[in-house]
Design a protein around this ligand. Structure first.
Ligand code: PGA
Length: 266
């Protein structure tokens, strides 16, 4: 990256593309347009979250070609056991076994479509940590809350963060180090082409950092803050340059290989 800091960029493919061949083509397009030997890419942590069904083949191919890309689950089962009678579910340890390093937890689409609550998300967060997956926890306000202003937004985010930070501290008691991500994704911005202005993003990211600091987490718990919601080639540079932001969670724009590669090489 030309930007002078370590950055994490997560490509959240959601339920795309429509076939494995297209998934393979998309990742090949990333690889073709990214020069992994380029010094500017050395401070880029690139994570791809494809549909679960494509993970195994994509991971195998990427490993075979020695490409520096990590993979993430888009969601994990809430079952505390690694295996069991949970039809349709995939456990965190199964994703880990496939070679995933990360798990997206609490995406607003899961909160909405699967009625995931803060309690359930905190449970999944803990399950991910126990399976040695690094959680990428999504939080964000909806349009009505956004329109009510910063004090309401802050209350919403504080509530979404509270159990997560508690779980992190509890889990730390038995572990040496914990690293995870908070992705601030205003719901009104996801997939809409609308995005928060920079001062808002910076202010809210600073608030999230303040909440983290106030929760008196052990200093060996490292948390990075991502921004998500209609990040594209036009707005990415400014967002990624924001001092409080450590990277981006990118949906729609990650489905265009050449365009996404440009964002990664800004
Ligand atoms: P978007 O999605 O970039 O298409 O807005 C981001 C996300 O939902 O993670």
């Amino acid at each position: 990256m030309l930007l002078n800091k370590d950055l994490t960029i997560v490509a959240n493919w959601k339920m795309h593309p429509n076939s494995y061949i297209q998934a393979k083509n998309l990742i090949d397009s990333y690889i073709q347009h990214l020069n992994f030997n380029n010094i500017n890419l050395l401070n880029l942590n690139l994570i791809i979250a494809p549909p679960a069904i494509y993970l195994q083949s994509l991971i195998t191919d990427t490993l075979k070609n020695n490409i520096n890309i990590s993979f993430s689950a888009q969601n994990i089962s809430c079952a505390t056991s690694a295996i069991g009678a949970y039809t349709g579910e995939v456990s965190a340890s199964m994703f880990k076994d496939l070679g995933c390093k990360y798990a997206i937890i609490g995406h607003s689409e899961c909160r909405k479509h699967d009625q995931e609550t803060d309690q359930l998300i905190a449970k999944k967060f803990l399950i991910a940590l126990q399976a040695a997956l690094i959680p990428i926890v999504c939080i964000g306000e909806d349009k009505t809350q956004f329109e009510q202003g910063n004090s309401v937004i802050k209350l919403v985010l504080a509530k979404q963060l509270k159990l997560i930070l508690q779980q992190a501290n509890n889990f730390f008691v038995n572990t040496k180090n914990i690293e995870f991500f908070i992705a601030y994704e205003p719901i009104w911005s996801i997939g809409t082409g609308l995005y928060a202005d920079l001062s808002h993003i910076n202010q809210i990211a600073a608030y999230i950092r303040e909440q983290i600091n106030n929760s008196k987490l052990n200093s060996n718990i490292k948390i990075k803050i991502l921004y998500g919601g209609s990040v594209n080639i036009t707005n990415a540079k400014n967002i990624l340059e924001s001092s409080n932001i450590d990277g981006a969670l990118i949906g729609g724009s990650s489905l265009d290989g050449p365009g996404f590669a440009k964002i990664c090489q800004l």
